[in-house]
Each structure stands twice: as structure tokens, then as C-alpha cells.
Ligand binder design. Structure first.
Ligand code: ATP
Ligand code: MG
Length: 149
């Protein structure tokens, strides 16, 4: 599914829909150039989950965790990680843990993951003439998942 995102508000609104409708246990893998809108989308997702705390980019902290919404949100940003560091962190414990506490994990720069969760929503944000566009693709159990509008 490919959708146009003319401005940051459109990206935030799509995030809100995702936050309201994504099933617990979802790993969201976000790809897209610097400034493509990954954090903006996650801010919308947090809002849709009912998290009122402001969501900042975890570029320096690596992981931010939010427990005040419908389900927990774990927000990761792998931009600063070298491939061997990403491996040493055993990030798979995050999505294994998802099955236990049924949260959502959103990972910016997910292309830096050494291995990917089987069940995930893969999201790619890109620049285009009219702003940005987004491509969403579910894998595994999320293959047939559609965002409700
Ligand atoms: N359609 C759009 N969607 C999202 N952001 C947009 C859009 N149009 C303009 N912007 C602006 O682009 C910037 C996107 O920043 P954001 O931090 O969300 O990107 P990012 O992909 O997380 O970048 P980084 O790789 O640095 O983490 C914001 O300043 C936002 O206002
Ligand atoms: Mg970001």
C-alpha cells in the first residue's frame, strides 16, 4: 500500500490511525532518509496509543519506552549504531518480549538490524515532489493487515 503524505500533519494523522489499530505485539520497521518523517510518524502512533507524553527522537538514547498508553511503546533509533554494535545488543529480545507484554516496538533505521522479526509492519518513507510518500507492507501475521480509515 502506497499513500501520499503532503505534509507533516498528514504523517502524524496516519500515525494516529496506526496507533489506534495496530495489534499488540507488532514490530514496526521504519526506513527512510534523514528527515523523511519517521519520528513524526512515531509521534502520531504514540498519540493514537493514548500516550500524552511528548515523544522525542531516541537518536542519542537508542531506546525510549512509554507505558502510559493502551499498550507499551518502545521507540528505537539505530542511526548511530555500527553493524557489530547492533548485533551485540540482541535487539531480538525486544520483539521476543513483545509476545510477553504485548507492546509495540517502532524502530527507525531498521535497515541496520542484523536480523528482522518475522511478524512486522515494514514502512518506508520517501521524498517526492508533493512532499513525502509512505509504503506499508505487513509480513507474517501482519501480511493481510490493513489500516482502518
Ligand atoms: N509529509 C511530511 N511528513 C513528515 N515530515 C514532514 C513532511 N513534510 C515536511 N516534514 C518535516 O520534515 C521533518 C521530518 O522530521 P522527522 O524527525 O520526522 O524525520 P526522521 O525521518 O525521523 O529523521 P531522522 O532520520 O533524522 O531520524 C519535520 O521537520 C517535518 O515537519
Ligand atoms: Mg527520527
Amino acid at each position: 500500500m502506497i499513500l501520499p503524505l503532503p505534509d507533516a500533519e498528514a504523517t502524524r494523522k496516519l500515525g494516529i490511525k496506526l496507533g489506534r489499530s495496530l495489534p499488540p505485539g507488532t514490530a514496526i520497521l521504519l526506513q527512510g532518509d534523514l528527515g523523511a518523517g519517521k519520528t513524526t510518524l512515531v509521534q502520531g502512533i504514540a498519540e493514537g496509543l493514548g500516550i500524552s507524553e511528548s515523544v522525542e527522537s531516541p537518536t542519542f538514547t537508542l531506546i525510549n519506552e512509554y507505558f502510559a498508553g493502551r499498550i507499551p511503546l518502545y521507540h528505537l533509533d539505530l542511526y548511530r549504531l555500527e553493524p557489530q554494535e547492533a548485533e551485540a545488543l540482541h535487539l531480538e529480545s525486544y520483539w521476543d518480549g513483545l509476545e510477553r507484554d504485548l507492546g509495540i516496538v517502532a524502530i527507525e533505521w531498521a535497515e541496520r538490524l542484523p536480523y528482522k522479526p518475522e511478524n512486522s509492519l515494514r514502512i518506508s518513507l520517501s521524498y517526492c515532489d508533493s512532499g513525502r510518500q509512505i509504503e506499508l507492507m505487513g509480513t507474517g501475521e501482519l501480511l493481510d493487515w490493513q489500516s482502518q480509515d
